[in-house]
Design a protein around this ligand. Structure first.
Ligand code: NAD
Ligand code: ZN
Length: 357
């Protein structure tokens, strides 16, 4: 097992990564302050892992709330069912909320914990690769509003994160690949050596080899934790984590959520960011080829859907959160393993990328 510390002063917390962590109660107990625990999970994850987790918590008053599966349920109504259950059962401010699931469960449970009685202790047990390397680290919690994704939320840090690689074995391959997109992202944005390591170990990663996954998750969380520690509320550096996401969000929005998984759109988006960096003359052709090769090896798309025109891209990109005072900022590569957030790029390079010349 590997342990990382997210360094946020008195709100610092550990991330434990390894296999069979779910059946190791010694990891959880130091982080549970009161006598009661409520597990929030969903109908897909509950039959697989809720029993094992509950067995570890037999010394506590322990309830579970099983949500419907899917992004469509990441909303205020679901949030309210959590509050209602907690209130009906008279759970007090010392109750620890545990999120057992992917990013959807983690985001909803995290915001429930941030807001119930002005904040109760919270533990993340992410069960998708995406949640283990991305959403469970950094303290962003949210639900969707009919008028926008993740529009209601808070920054709220957990007491600890347990990333058990064993649970990834039941993940559908498309979901695993979507998580690998974020792993590749860390290599592209800040660590060329790690990118090469991911390329060389792709088969073991796709086969869910515990030790290989542990290394990949550890390096990914380390990079995210460092960026978050330096910039918790996204003033600057944290935007680097959006590599490939401005193009990717345009694809997701145009295709309708669900058609392309987030990680798939980010895969194609990262290729576009690399292509544009090449068109700006910042990276070499062989770097672009390598980026594409790794993304393709993860079974991710390397180009946007054919129906995406430059106009549809530009329309969606104009609404991106990184647009400040009307100028579009993009995360681009100055070198492989070195990303920058910049509004200072050649417009012709952007158009060439969108036109897919
Ligand atoms: N808070 C953040 O910083 C942050 C960052 C990135 C993404 N997110 C959010 O995360 C969400 C996406 O997360 P996700 O990709 O984990 O999706 P998800 O939570 O919908 O999980 C994907 C699917 O896998 C299933 N599943 C989960 N664990 C499983 C397991 N071990 N075995 C089998 N099936 C399993 C889920 O039930 C679901 O059907 C989005 O809502 C996004 O906004 C948040
Ligand atoms: Zn992402």
């Amino acid at each position: 097992m590997k342990t990382l510390e997210v360094d946020l002063g008195h709100r610092s917390y550990p991330i434990h990564i390894g296999s069979q962590l779910l059946s190791n109660s010694d990891l959880l107990k130091p982080h549970i302050q009161g006598k009661s625990v409520v597990i929030v999970t969903n109908e897909t994850v509950a039959p697989l892992y809720l029993g094992t987790l509950k067995t570890q918590l037999s010394n506590y008053r322990c309830d579970s709330i099983v949500l419907k599966d899917g992004e469509a349920h990441k909303n205020l109504e679901t949030l309210n069912t959590i509050y209602t259950r907690l209130l009906e059962q008279r759970y007090d401010r010392k109750t620890t909320l545990i999120a057992l699931g992917g990013g959807v469960v983690g985001d909803i449970a995290g915001y429930a914990a941030a807001s119930y009685q002005r904040g109760i202790p919270f533990i993340q047990i992410p069960t998708t690769l995406l949640a283990q390397v991305d959403s469970s680290v950094g303290g962003k919690t949210a639900v969707n509003h009919p008028l926008g994704k993740n529009m209601i939320g808070a920054f709220y840090q957990p007491q600890c994160v347990l990333a058990d690689t064993e649970v990834l074995k039941t993940l559908p391959p498309r979901e695993l690949a979507a998580g690998l997109a974020e792993v590749i992202k860390y290599g592209l944005l800040g660590d060329r050596e790690f990118l090469l390591w991911v390329k060389d170990n792709m088969d073991a990663l796709k086969d869910c080899d515990n030790a290989t996954l542990t290394t990949a998750i550890e390096r990914s969380c380390q990079m995210k934790a460092e960026i978050v520690a330096a910039d918790e509320r996204e003033g600057g550096q944290r935007a680097l984590l959006n590599l490939g996401h401005t193009f990717g969000h345009a694809i997701e929005t145009e295709m309708g959520y669900g058609e392309w998984l987030h990680g798939e759109a980010v895969g194609a988006g990262m290729v576009m960011a690399a292509e544009m960096s090449r068109a700006c003359g910042w990276i070499k052709q062989e770097d672009l080829d390598l980026a594409k090769e790794v993304i393709a090896a993860a079974d991710l798309p390397t180009q946007p859907p054919s129906k995406m025109t430059p106009d549809t891209f530009l329309q969606h990109m104009a609404r991106d959160k990184k647009v400040i005072d009307g100028s579009l900022r993009l995360v681009l590569l100055k070198a492989l393993g070195h990303a920058v957030v910049t509004a200072d790029f050649d417009q012709a390079a952007l158009m060439a990328t969108l036109e897919r010349e």
